[in-house]
Ligand binder design. Sequence first.
Ligand SMILES: [Fe+2]
Length: 237
Amino acid sequence: MSQAASLPLVERLGRLSAELTAAERENLKLLLSMAAGGLLVGHARQQPDELRQEALQTAQRALPKLHDGNRPAFTTGIVFLGRTPFFTDADIAAMDQESMASRHRAERFHDHYVSSGAPLAREMALSSAINDFLSERVGPVLPTYKANYLYYDAPGLGIDPHVDKDEFALNVLTMLEHRPADRHSELILYPPDQEPVHIQLAHGESLVFFADSVTHQRTRTVAGESIRLVSFGYHPI
Ligand SMILES: [Fe+2]
């Protein structure tokens, strides 16, 4: 057996990733993310439990390994959760307004609606306060100029377990509205080797996380439930 072959599969995938082009790495990430997502939602039930569990762990552990060196001390993938210092009440109110005004332009993406490139959100995503905040915690980052308003505002909307594209490697996800007060839909993160993390963001609160490395989902909305979020993408360098 070669030396590489004696390493755990996760480490070998990490090593393989280091040899890949950016496009190849995205391809491998998609494969692993589809595998983790599929296994989490109960696919491959015909396979033995043990094998499914091992495959899921391998995919979940390997995803952050694809970015070794750029994912310092990865545990849950969460960098920050709560009210950030970089958004004022006025910033949140302005994005809330723009989100509502942009709803008619939103396009369906799988099981939710997305409006991209609204001017205020794009400008906000370039703020040096955000950049400084992120850089202090994860090292230097670059904004990807991606800013999306997200809408889960009809019954049955949500998104199955997945990881984000490279453009949202480090995702600043901020809650603008979730009504009614009695919430059903939630955000769930599935970090490797840990219990799932269930998150409900209050108005104006943000989750900053490595969305390209930790599998996550939004569970389905029920009748009368409506959620609006804004998402900014950053890239560790
Ligand atoms: Fe996502």
